[in-house]
Design a protein around this ligand. Structure first.
Ligand SMILES: [Fe+2]
Length: 448
């Protein structure tokens, strides 16, 4: 693509945000460094890849999963596949027209892009997007179809469910545009839904993520509210009158206790934990979002932030943890809902020249001290997922895996970084003969 052509494209379709046109399966031949022998599994990453080449918003593209299988110090394969949803099967058709039945007023939640994230639970691999049902895919990325937990899922499902490392339960929620607006679900390690509970909220708000602790689920009722007028092409707008609250509910049900917080939006929490009656939430916060419509980023880029909810007094204290712009916060899977020492994010500084991505590691035992991995100039990456060296480890004894884009070569690679020595050169780079678009979230699925 020439610069002139790129200049006519919206940001979400330009550069490495542009979709790829082929589904491929290749055995990566070019590896720099040494792939650790203990990495035995598949790294999968989801993202939008509009089949028509066009989408009205970054969030609207058809889901495409990119994956690399690692075993015995080798990269066995890379492949990328669309998730076969009704939107994929009917390219260019309106989601609203496909999903909404005007005669019955029903919404078909099978109509989704499944483009945001993945989860592996109870032997199933699911591609997720918050507006619809999950889609089950195989480890080879073939689509099996929509998955509803045996009919127990009656709403869309968030793209950010949490697996409790202690109980093995899958905790999640679904929000929708009509009452009941918010439903909480708890599934057993076997995948059976044990609990589906309506959480009372006054209206539909865009609820992208939530958090869990050992005993609680934390919902974020923030001022990005449903906008049926679709001002700017998205059904959401900022509303100063809505206020902002975190709702704390026991994971096994009961009343929700709401804590007022300073107005903000939070796409992603890094983690939450509880100790002596105080619930601590860490996430990436913007002071406003889409105040003048979905292209308005006047609220700036997200910053790492901490909220402390005192369940004895009902008081909230909050503070910024860093002033660097960043997103895609992650902790080790073994530390989800528990006190974490380390957290990982991708920096979105727009000031680096030449442009490059940075990955930060925060050490919360040292006052959120920051360690940095700088990609080479012209190399960009998205989210980095922590993969423990030993299964179940929760410290920094492991690797960060992320797909990167090498602008000069026009192709992608999987970077494997040493989480304990983040600023060092990558442990390995698995070079791919194709480009991997920027995308959203990914997971590591160890071979069982
Ligand atoms: Fe997300």
């Amino acid at each position: 693509m020439t610069t002139a052509q790129e200049g006519n494209l919206p940001l979400h379709l330009a550069g490495n945000n542009a979709p790829v046109t082929e589904e491929v399966t290749v055995e990566p031949a070019e590896v720099t460094g040494a792939i650790p022998e203990e990495l035995n599994g598949i790294y999968l990453r989801n993202g939008p890849n509009p089949r028509t080449g066009w989408s009205p918003h970054f969030f609207a593209g058809d889901g495409m999963v990119h994956a690399v299988a690692l075993a015995g110090g080798r990269a066995r394969w890379y492949r990328n596949r669309y998730v076969r949803t009704p939107l994929y099967e009917h390219p260019g058709e309106s989601r609203y027209a496909l999903a909404y039945d005007a005669a019955t007023g029903q919404v078909d939640y099978r109509v989704t892009t499944a483009n945001t994230h993945l989860v592996s639970h109870a032997g199933r691999l699911l591609a997720l997007e918050e507006g619809g049902f999950p889609y089950e895919i195989t480890p080879e990325l073939e689509t099996a179809g929509p998955y509803t937990f045996g009919g127990a899922l009656r709403t869309p499902m968030t793209a950010h469910p949490k697996i409790c490392p202690r109980t093995g339960e899958l905790l999640f929620f679904g929000y929708r545009l009509r009452p009941p607006y918010l439903t909480y679900y708890r599934a057993a390690p076997t995948g059976e839904v044990l609990q589906a509970q309506v959480v009372p909220v006054p209206r539909a708000t865009m609820m992208h993520d939530f958090a869990i602790t050992e005993h609680h689920a934390i919902f974020m009722d923030l001022p990005v509210v449903f906008d049926p007028a679709m001002t700017g092409g998205m059904p959401w707008r900022w509303d100063d009158g809505h206020g902002a609250r975190f709702g704390v509910m026991r994971r096994d049900g009961g009343e929700v206790r709401w804590f007022e917080v300073d107005p903000c939006y939070v796409w992603h929490t890094m983690n939450a934990s509880e100790r002596d009656g105080t619930i601590t939430v860490v996430g990436c916060r913007v002071p406003t979002l889409w105040r003048a419509g979905p292209e308005d980023v006047g609220g700036g880029l997200p910053r790492l932030h901490e909220w402390r909810l005192d369940t004895a007094t009902g008081k909230v204290s909050e503070r910024p943890l860093d002033d660097a712009p960043l997103e895609y916060p992650r902790v080790a899977d073994a530390e989800v809902g528990r006190p974490h020492r380390f957290g990982y994010v991708t920096s979105f500084s727009l000031e680096a020249e030449p442009e490059r991505s940075e990955i930060y590691k925060y050490d919360f035992a040292r006052g959120a001290a920051r360690d940095t991995h700088r990609l080479p100039a012209g190399h960009l990456c998205g989210e980095a997922a922590f993969v423990p060296r030993r299964q179940g480890a929760g410290d920094d004894d492991g690797y960060l895996l992320t797909f990167c884009h090498d602008r000069a070569r026009g192709t992608g690679y999987l970077a494997i970084l040493d989480a304990a020595d983040l600023s060092a050169r990558p442990v390995a780079e698995v070079r791919l003969p194709v480009r991997v678009p920027t995308g959203f979230h990914g997971i590591w699925v160890p071979k069982s």
